[in-house]
Write a protein that binds this ligand. Structure first.
Ligand code: SF4
Length: 253
């Protein structure tokens, strides 16, 4: 589900632009951010987050869950699938699969059918069976609440672990770098890395810890709503004045 930014709707830049010659064009590109000092980049990153907070005050995880096990299962299922589709599937799945053992001992074919609509269902079923088995055998059937333990689970790397820790336990150990966070970090000149863990490290260095969890969902909402992968709408972007738009060549107003 894509949320539109509040600031974009009421942005003087966006509304005034419709009445001017050249309306709809993206704002002039700012100088590349790589001339910044690290202190200047960190200051800019904080201002970007403040603007995104104003634009997306309701930013939050879109996956439905009621406990840590549901959170980790939903996150595994969300790979290559929309959150809305995952929520449709888990609305039924979570009625039948309530414990880690339920996943570990899922009858052949049953789990596959239950999650079929999320795509890659054979692969995801193997992950969920392995996840359930590992939780039963090593963690007493409970989802652990540390990064080191979570990344030992099948299908769980740092991104998923950060999502589970932050949403299910209120524990913040890092920043979940999904496809939106990765793209935004690069376009905004906050990281020139490509690997999610390197990008996470750069963002953690730039942002104060209290923004790590919140920043994930602000960037995701902005990535879904305005800074799309193919056609970012720079002309109505609430952080355009702070963005060097690195690697962007198909923006629209
Ligand atoms: S839409 Fe994306 S690339 Fe364009 S100005 Fe906004 S953050 Fe930068």
């Amino acid at each position: 589900m894509s949320r539109q930014p509040k600031a974009a709707k009421r942005s003087p830049r966006a509304s005034a632009g419709k009445d001017r010659k050249g309306a709809g064009k993206a704002p002039a590109r700012k100088a590349t951010s790589w001339a910044e000092t690290s202190e200047q980049r960190a200051e800019r990153a904080r201002r970007v987050m403040a603007a995104l907070e104003e634009a997306y005050p309701d930013a939050r995880v879109a996956l439905a869950f009621t406990n840590p096990l549901e959170m980790v299962v939903a996150t595994v299922l969300s790979a290559q699938c929309t959150d809305a589709r995952v929520n449709q599937v888990t609305a039924e799945l979570f009625k039948r699969y309530r414990t880690a053992r339920d996943y570990a001992e899922a009858p052949p074919g049953e789990l596959e059918r239950a999650i079929h609509a999320t795509g890659f269902f054979n692969f995801k079923s193997r992950l969920l069976r392995g996840l359930g088995r590992t939780l039963v055998d090593r963690f007493g059937g409970e989802v652990p609440r540390t990064m080191d333990e979570l990344v030992e689970l099948p299908g769980v790397a740092r991104k998923t672990a950060n999502i589970v820790l932050g949403n299910a336990f209120g524990v913040v150990e890092g920043i979940a770098v999904d496809t939106h966070v990765r793209r935004l970090a690069q376009r905004l000149g906050l990281s020139k890395e490509g690997d999610p863990e390197d990008i996470e490290r750069d963002l953690m260095a730039l942002l104060p810890r209290e923004l790590w969890f919140r920043g994930t969902y602000l960037l995701i909402d902005h990535g879904r709503g305005v800074c799309n992968a193919k056609r970012p709408r720079c002309g109505e972007c609430p952080v355009a004045a702070m963005c060097p738009r690195l690697g962007v060549d198909g923006s629209v107003g």
